[in-house]
Design a protein around this ligand. Structure first.
Ligand SMILES: N[C@@H](CCC(=O)N[C@@H](CS)C(=O)NCC(=O)O)C(=O)O
Length: 284
């Protein structure tokens, strides 16, 4: 394997902001070297603190010497001309990968659409992520906040965020390919898929849908185009490598989160669960 055909993705041992980078590398046919840092819960005075030293006190120290902005996620690669790149900031990583693999638009108009959609998908991610990391005093407050997330994401009016994508797709999809731009896959498609997948877990967990079959979930909520998009994306042959990998099984959020850090939406069970994610995984 040539050094230039492998891309390293460093992130916590969760999906979080790292999953889309891993997904894109595997989709592209490059080899993926994943560096996975565990956040370890530590019981102190009857409550938990979280030890991130696998990252903060190890690789971060050296990588910081090469890029003072270093953060998680980061990507690292050697280009075919020998240039070594170390990039952090998830949007910069994704834009870079998009340009490298010709999935960031072919002209000025497409590129600007990619940028807008990437940021719009991030807004959708932020709604559920901030909810997931909030610890509520009781179940009623949690359910109320879940309803608020549902409304902000799924209400069928000018405010609901998913409605924006539904309408975008109405204007931009044809009947054969279900992608956001020009019926060809681009970086925001990966980001949208990853976030919708997290919302699927949320919708099932809080019983916002009657039919929990993924084929019907978005249809039931009045989003036929989102449904086609999601169901098409999950069946793309080049997505198989990611979907069959350990990375698709990782939790959406890290152990400090209340929602999505454990199994099927639950909180990480500090007493019963052990994070056995290998520190380094290479998939060719
Ligand atoms: N805006 C940054 C946020 C990065 C960030 O907050 N990373 C979190 C995980 S999601 C982290 O724990 N970083 C490790 C660090 O601060 O060194 C991005 O999009 O990459």
């Amino acid at each position: 394997m040539q050094k230039s055909n492998i891309i390293t993705v460093g992130y916590w041992s969760t999906k979080g902001l790292g999953s889309v980078c891993r997904m894109v590398v595997l989709y592209s046919g490059y080899s993926l070297k994943a560096k996975n840092y565990r956040l370890l819960p530590i019981m102190k005075d009857d409550s938990f603190t979280y030890d991130g030293s696998e990252w903060h006190e190890e690789d971060k120290i050296n990588l910081k010497k090469r890029n003072s902005l270093i953060n998680l996620p980061y990507i690292e690669l050697t280009n075919s001309d020998g240039t070594e790149l170390l990039i952090s900031q998830s949007n910069a990583c994704l834009s870079f990968l998009g340009r490298k693999f010709n999935m960031f638009g072919k002209n000025e108009v497409d590129v600007s659409q990619c940028e807008q959609l990437l940021l719009e998908t991030n807004d959708l991610r932020n709604v559920i992520t901030s909810f997931a990391y909030t610890h509520f005093k009781n179940k009623d407050l949690e359910n109320e906040a879940a309803k608020d997330v549902f409304t902000r994401a799924f209400q069928n009016n000018n405010v609901g965020k998913i409605q924006k994508f539904e309408n975008w797709m109405k204007d931009n999809q044809n009947n054969e390919n279900y992608f956001l731009i020009n019926n060809e896959i681009t970086i925001p498609d990966f980001n949208l898929f990853d976030i919708l997948d997290f919302y699927v877990e949320f919708l099932k967990y809080y019983n916002f849908v009657n039919d929990k079959n993924i084929k019907n979930i978005f249809n039931e909520l009045g989003y036929p185009n989102i449904s086609k998009f999601y169901n098409n994306f999950i069946q793309l042959p080049k997505m198989e490598k990611y979907l069959n990998s350990i990375f698709y099984k990782l939790t959406y959020t890290n152990k400090s989160a209340r929602f999505g850090s454990g199994t099927q939406g639950d909180t990480w069970d500090h007493h019963r669960q052990i994070d056995e994610t290998p520190k380094e995984i290479i998939i060719n």
